[in-house]
Design a protein around this ligand. Structure first.
Ligand code: TXA
Ligand code: MG
Length: 335
């Protein structure tokens, strides 16, 4: 707990300088990125990283993403490769995270990687996130700024609702533009999709000129922290619903009669940006949530991934496997 309460910092030079100072002191700052709000701490400071896990109530075996200001900065911590260079040139700064082998002398706390020999690195595109990373001038470990297992935050208000009093400050810069977490690509072996997200799989495959392997729920032991229920509202969630049953509210997509529409025109980018806000809002109604079918291509794959896990059984770590591309390729990551 933070006895002084959680500061609200404006996304101006003063607020950014103060946020960087708090990070230097080993304290936690939630900050806007283009995907979702991150809960940042100095990735080299084990106490700071431990307090991230404590604030989120996150299982400590689940590793974190290190956020850095540039591809050059990333190369201080990981072993670079031709493929990493290609993806960085195409998608950084932006909603793509790469998992690469740790480099000797990296200085990253082992709590960030949960003891793995690899590190997830990302260069965010958001102006405020970039300004903070430049001012801090070091790697910032940042999971999504929500209590573990709950809906990811796309506004400062979402962060405050979940973490008020548990973190030093929130660097508020309005709603996040992409609205879904970054796509995670594993590059320590054959290229693999570890989590669908803000960059579509199809785009990555075009740039790399190869198909990505997809993690399956049976791969669970190769990546730590894999409870399937996640992004979960309090109420039950039912997918692929043509209409409501009982006292459900309908989260629509496309031209349907519903309580809240992700995108009336059926635009997947707009739907991704609205997804977590919509779940936060419908969660306050107390009603079970039914969701219209969403096409499974482009950003739809990431939207469906989050929705499947919002709908997954809550009481055990092994929900029913969810279908990915070709009914096989599924994501097992949990954040
Ligand atoms: O868009 C995002 O990626 C946001 C913003 C804040 O940047 N961050 C985010 O972090 O979603 P988080 O902690 O909620 O999700 C990170 C995911 C987890 O599923 C974790 O298991 C995976 O990244 N991960 C981190 N390091 C890994 C590694 N070395 N190998 C495999 N998976 C890793
Ligand atoms: Mg998360």
């Amino acid at each position: 707990m933070n006895p002084n309460g959680t500061l609200d910092l404006a996304a101006d030079p003063g607020g950014i300088a103060q946020a960087a100072d708090l990070l230097r002191q080993g304290l936690l700052v939630a900050f806007a990125t283009e995907t979702v709000y991150g809960l940042g701490g100095d990735a080299r400071n084990t106490e700071a990283v431990a307090s991230i896990y404590a604030a989120k109530g996150r299982p400590s075996f689940n590793p974190l993403i290190a956020h850095v200001a540039s591809a050059e900065a990333a190369q201080r911590y990981v072993e670079w490769s031709k493929r990493a260079e290609t993806l960085a040139a195409a998608f950084w700064p932006g909603p793509l995270t790469m998992v690469l082998p740790l480099r000797e002398g990296h200085g990253i706390s082992p709590l960030v990687t949960a003891g793995l020999e690899t590190l997830a690195v990302r260069v965010p595109a958001h102006g405020t996130a970039r300004a903070l990373l430049s001012a801090f001038d070091g790697p910032v470990a940042a999971p999504s700024a929500n209590p573990s297992g709950q809906i990811s935050p796309t506004t400062a208000e979402h962060v405050r609702a979940g973490l008020d009093g548990r973190i030093a400050a929130i660097l508020d810069d309005g709603p996040c533009g992409v609205g879904l977490e970054s796509t995670i690509v594993g590059l320590s072996g054959e290229p693999a999709l570890l989590r669908p997200g803000g960059v579509a799989l199809e785009q990555i495959e075009v740039v790399l000129n190869t198909q990505l392997h997809l993690h399956q729920t049976t791969d669970v032991l190769t990546a730590p922290g894999q409870l399937q229920s996640h992004y979960a509202p309090d109420a039950p969630v039912r997918l692929n619903a043509a209409s409501t049953q009982g006292d459900e509210v309908l989260l629509g997509f496309g031209p349907v009669q519903c309580d809240l529409n992700l995108s009336e025109t059926g635009d997947l980018t707009e739907a991704a940006a609205n997804l977590f806000s919509a779940l936060h809002r419908l969660n306050t109604t107390g009603h079970p949530i039914a969701v219209s079918p969403i096409p499974d291509h482009g950003l739809g794959a990431a939207i469906n991934d989050r929705l499947r896990r919002a709908a997954a059984p809550r009481d055990s770590g092994s929900g029913a496997p969810s279908a990915g591309r070709q009914g096989q390729r599924v994501n097992t990551q949990r954040g």
